[in-house]
Design a protein around this ligand. Structure first.
Ligand code: ADP
Ligand code: MG
Length: 320
């Protein structure tokens, strides 16, 4: 390949947008950024490795989209408004066409959310992407995992299980399910709107049970979930899968990038207004209770005992 590291960086720099709070973007030893006074800076980073998070032959645009989407989802779960990102790329060879494809997807999502790519690193090595995203949140509106209180409602945005169903069904998955897997929608507007209203929040990346479990652990509470209230998309409801498996996928599938949040029942109207204002569907799926366990209940109140907890990189062999 004729392209050098510097050719690749120049291609990236030529396409990166520049917000007015980017004093100096790509091209120097560090970016210079002007965070707004009085707001907290929310910072998050995620790595996507070949053969662990994606296959080498994945469409680069879908990969670029997802690389940014997972971090915007983390910012959303903090109630933060995204602003900037850094992208570190490790490539086996200087493949400008592949990098252009990656940027197509990444910058499309960045533009939708007014995010500027302000720097990064480009190296040779096994295919890997690391994205760091920055956002702003008012101190009183930050959504943390440790604020859930006994008696709070538990809410979930959108629908659960679609991406996991697409992964399971492979070539048999319908287009809507596949889209959920390849181009997840980070719930940025909902996260920002719920700031100061929700008592705790997390994004559902490893499965509802696992991620709600993190809220419970950090808030020192338990939870009760009602299976019949879990939001399922028409595509998942229509998938050729046994009903039990659909429930498993909604509880433990992962890669949903929806928000799971808690809020006092006294704030139901405000939650609903925040969801409406951000054009985000959301439903109540359970209650915060005393204890440390998550109980999953069927419609008739009987206990569900089927589910594994979610994905842990070091507990199970890699998935894609
Ligand atoms: P240094 O050697 O000082 O780390 P680099 O040559 O790595 O500088 O980077 C030069 C400039 O290009 C820096 O502003 C850096 O942030 C930017 N950059 C490098 N790789 C990327 C990338 N993959 N995406 C965005 N910006 C990048
Ligand atoms: Mg560098």
């Amino acid at each position: 390949m004729a392209d050098s590291e510097f050719d690749l960086i120049a291609r990236i720099a030529a396409r990166a947008a520049r917000r007015s709070d980017v004093v100096l973007g790509i091209g120097d030893d560090a970016a210079l950024l002007a965070p707004p006074a009085g707001r907290l800076l929310a910072v998050t980073t995620d790595t996507l490795n070949v053969d662990v998070h994606f296959l080498a032959d994945v469409a680069p645009a879908a990969l670029g989209w997802k690389t940014l989407a997972v971090s915007l989802s983390d910012l959303a779960a903090m109630g933060a408004e995204p602003a900037w990102c850094l992208l570190s790329v490790s490539l086996p060879q200087a493949d400008a066409g592949w990098l252009d494809g990656l940027l197509d997807g990444l910058l499309q999502l960045a533009e939708q959310h007014g995010v500027s790519l302000v720097g990064g690193d480009t190296t040779r090595g096994p295919l890997s992407l690391c994205l760091t995203a920055h956002g702003f949140v008012d101190p009183a509106r930050a959504l943390r995992r440790d604020g859930a209180r006994v008696g709070d409602d538990i809410w979930v945005t959108g629908s659960l299980g679609d991406a996991a169903a697409a992964l399971f069904l492979g070539a048999n998955a319908d287009a809507d399910l596949r889209d959920r897997m390849q181009r997840p929608t980070p719930r940025v507007a909902a996260g920002v709107a719920l700031g100061g209203i929700a008592s705790a929040a997390i994004d559902v990346s490893d499965g509802l049970l696992a991620d709600l479990g993190h809220i419970c652990a950090r808030s020192r509470v338990g939870a009760e979930l009602r299976i019949d209230t879990l939001p399922r998309s028409p595509a998942l409801a229509g998938a050729e899968l046994p009903p039990q498996q659909i429930i498993e996928l909604m509880l433990s599938g992962g890669d949903d990038y929806e928000l799971c949040f808690c809020a006092s029942p006294s704030r139901r109207d405000e939650v609903q207004q925040a969801l409406n204002a951000s054009a985000t569907p959301g439903v109540r799926v359970g209650l915060v209770v005393e204890g440390a366990a998550i109980e999953v209940l069927a419609a008739d109140g009987s206990r569900w005992s089927g589910s594994r907890r979610g994905f842990d990189h070091f507990a199970e062999p890699g998935r894609c």
